[in-house]
Design a protein around this ligand. Structure first.
Ligand code: SF4
Ligand code: SF4
Length: 446
C-alpha cells in the first residue's frame, strides 16, 4: 500500500463519519502554529512577515491541545514559525499522540538532530551502542554528542521518538543551491540531509515538504524527488508557492525582486506540474489523484479551505492558511461566520482576486479527497491502495550538493566581495551585503 494502512483507514473513517452525520464542513488536517518565531527568513514565507509584530507570542500548550479537540481533525500538522523552537514541542507531540492523532512536524530541519539526540539520551542503554557507532561512522553525531547521549537525560520531560503515527516533515524547496537560496542561508540543505539520514537510521518516518517557486526547474524538482527517494524518505508533499501579500511586499522592499519573478501564476503552476501524475507514480507523494490532476491542469476544483484550518496565536485564521480576513476564537464560529462562497476559483473565475493564482494543497487537496463523484473516489482509492513506489536508489547519483558544499553557494560571490580589499564591496563593510545579494540574485534570474 502506498501509505500505511492505519493512517489511511483513520482518515477514511473520519470522512465516512462526517458523511453519515451529514456534516458538510469539517476539518481533515489542523495546521497548528504554536508560534511564528523562526531561525530562518525564507524568501516567500508569509508567516514571519505577516505576524512580524507577534513573533514573541506563543500559544499555551493547553490551547494547542484544545484546538485539536475542538476541530477534531485526525491529522495535525505542527508548523509555525519553526515548531522545534516551541519550548513545549515534546509535550505537544505527546499530547496529540494521546489524542490518537497523526502528527506531522513541519520543520526546516535545523534542530532535528538535536531533538533526536535528546530522544537517544532518554532511552540510552548499552544496547544502543551499535546504533551510536553507525551514527558516529556516518558523522551524523560527534564524539561529544555520543558522550552526552550516554549520560542520559537529566529531566523527566518527554522526547520525540519514532512512531508510525508521527512524521518529520522537512522543508526542502530544491537541490542545495536552490534550497539555500530560498531559505536565504547556506548550509541548510546539507543539515536537512544529515537530519533525514539520522532519522531514517533511528526508525522515524520522514516526509519532505516542497513549495515550488518560479526558480525551481521541472528537471530539478524531479531530481530532488529522486535524491530523497534514494534516502528512503517515506513520503513527499508538494504545493505551488502562493503570493502572500506580506511576502510580496518584503520581496520588493528587501530583495529588490518583483513578485512575478518569484511566484507562480495558475498557468505557470500547470506548466511546472504537468508531470505531477508521473511523479506520483514514481514517488510516494501524499495527496489525492484528483488534486494531482488539478495541478496538472486537467480539471478544475473548488477551494475547501475550511477542511485544513489554521489555528495560531491570534485564533482560527480565516479564510485559509494563506489569506487573513480575520481570526475567530472558535473553529465552529469560523465555520458559521465566514462566507465561504466569497473565496476560491470556480470554473476558472476567481471569486476573490487574491485567490486567482492559488492552487495550494491546503485549499484544494481536501477538495479532491471530499469528492462525492464515484469515479473520483475510485481514482483516489486506487492511488492510495496501489503499491508503494520502491526507493529510487539511482537517485544517489543526483548532483544534489551543487552549491555551498562545493564552494558555489549563492553567497559565494558576496562573501568573496565582502572579504576582498577596498574597491569591491568596500573593505569588508557588510552594510552593503543585502544590496549586493539582491544584485546577485537578480543576475541569477536573468
Ligand atoms: S523555515 Fe518555514 S517558517 Fe521559517 S522562514 Fe522558512 S518558510 Fe518561514
Ligand atoms: S483559493 Fe482558497 S486556499 Fe487559496 S487563497 Fe483563496 S481561500 Fe485561500
Amino acid at each position: 500500500m502506498r501509505f500505511p494502512f492505519a493512517l489511511t483507514a483513520k482518515i477514511a473513517a473520519h470522512i465516512v463519519k462526517q458523511k453519515l452525520t451529514r456534516t458538510t464542513k469539517f476539518a481533515l488536517v489542523l495546521q497548528l502554529e504554536p508560534l511564528h518565531t523562526c531561525n530562518l527568513t525564507c524568501t516567500g514565507c508569509g508567516r514571519i512577515r505577516e505576524y512580524s509584530t507577534s513573533l514573541k507570542d506563543m500559544m499555551p500548550l493547553e490551547d494547542c491541545l484544545e484546538a485539536a479537540v475542538e476541530c477534531d481533525a485526525p491529522m495535525v500538522s505542527i508548523c509555525g514559525g519553526e515548531p522545534l523552537i516551541y519550548p513545549k514541542i515534546e509535550e505537544l507531540v505527546a499530547g496529540l499522540r494521546q489524542q490518537k492523532r497523526i502528527v506531522y512536524i513541519c520543520t526546516n530541519g535545523m534542530f532535528m538532530r538535536k531533538k533526536m539526540r535528546d530522544y537517544l539520551a532518554g532511552i540510552y542503554s548499552p544496547a544502543l551502542e551499535p546504533k551510536l557507532e553507525t551514527l558516529l561512522d556516518q558523522k551524523l553525531i560527534s564524539t561529544k554528542d555520543a558522550e552526552t547521549i550516554r549520560k542520559g537525560k537529566s529531566d523527566n520531560r518527554p522526547t520525540i521518538g519514532p512512531s508510525k503515527w508521527m512524521y518529520w516533515n522537512v522543508h526542502i524547496d530544491g537541490l542545495e543551491y536552490t534550497h539555500d537560496l530560498i531559505v536565504e542561508r547556506e548550509g541548510v540543505f546539507k543539515e536537512c540531509v544529515e537530519a533525514i539520514k539520522m532519522a531514517k537510521i533511528l526508525g522515524y518516518q520522514v516526509a519532505t515538504n516542497t513549495t515550488v517557486y518560479k526558480e525551481a526547474e521541472v528537471k530539478e524538482i524531479e531530481q530532488m524527488f529522486e535524491f530523497f527517494s534514494s534516502l528512503e524518505v517515506d513520503a513527499h508533499t508538494i504545493s505551488p508557492g502562493y503570493e502572500y501579500d506580506a511576502a510580496k511586499k518584503d520581496m520588493v522592499k528587501r530583495l529588490g525582486k518583483q513578485p512575478e519573478d518569484f511566484f507562480l501564476t495558475r498557468k505557470m503552476t500547470r506548466e511546472k506540474f504537468k508531470d505531477m501524475e508521473k511523479w506520483a507514480d514514481r514517488f510516494t507523494i501524499i495527496g489525492t489523484r484528483v488534486y494531482q490532476e488539478f495541478l496538472a491542469g486537467k480539471r478544475e476544483l473548488t477551494c475547501t479551505a475550511w477542511a485544513i484550518p489554521t489555528r495560531n496565536v491570534r485564533g482560527w485564521k480565516a479564510p485559509c492558511y494563506l489569506m487573513t480576513d480575520g481570526h475567530y476564537p472558535r473553529y465552529q464560529e469560523m465555520l458559521e461566520k465566514v462566507d465561504w462562497e466569497k473565496y476560491g476559483v470556480v470554473d476558472g473565475v476567481a471569486r476573490d482576486p487574491r485567490c486567482e493564482n492559488c492552487m495550494v494543497h491546503c485549499g484544494y487537496d481536501p477538495s479532491g479527497a471530499l469528492s462525492t463523484n464515484l469515479s473520483d473516489t475510485w481514482k483516489n482509492m486506487a492511488y492510495n491502495f496501489s503499491a508503494k513506489p520502491k526507493p529510487y536508489y539511482a537517485g544517489k547519483s543526483v548532483n544534489a550538493f551543487n552549491g555551498f558544499s562545493i564552494g558555489k553557494g549563492h553567497l559565494a560571490e558576496a562573501k568573496a566581495a565582502i572579504n576582498s580589499p577596498a574597491g569591491s564591496c568596500g573593505s569588508g563593510d557588510s552594510s552593503e551585503k543585502e544590496k549586493l545579494l539582491a544584485q546577485i540574485e537578480k543576475k541569477s534570474q536573468s
